[in-house]
Design a protein around this ligand. Sequence first.
Ligand code: ZN
Length: 71
Amino acid sequence: MKDGCPKCGGIMNKKKVTAEYSTGGKSGHVPVTYWECQSCGEQYFDAEALKRLLGSSESQDHQEENPFKTN
Ligand SMILES: [Zn+2]
């Protein structure tokens, strides 16, 4: 992303937004960082930010599966 926009080669601006999420009665806000092209307006999400956003909802499902449960 440091080499410019993959689409048009324009300058990318780092932007920060706060995304709202709600899963299973729980809700909150997560900071999301993304890149926006100055020329064409194309938006690219930070891989780390996406992981955090997806993890916030997926990790709750995984907690149901307890690997140490034997019965
Ligand atoms: Zn562009």
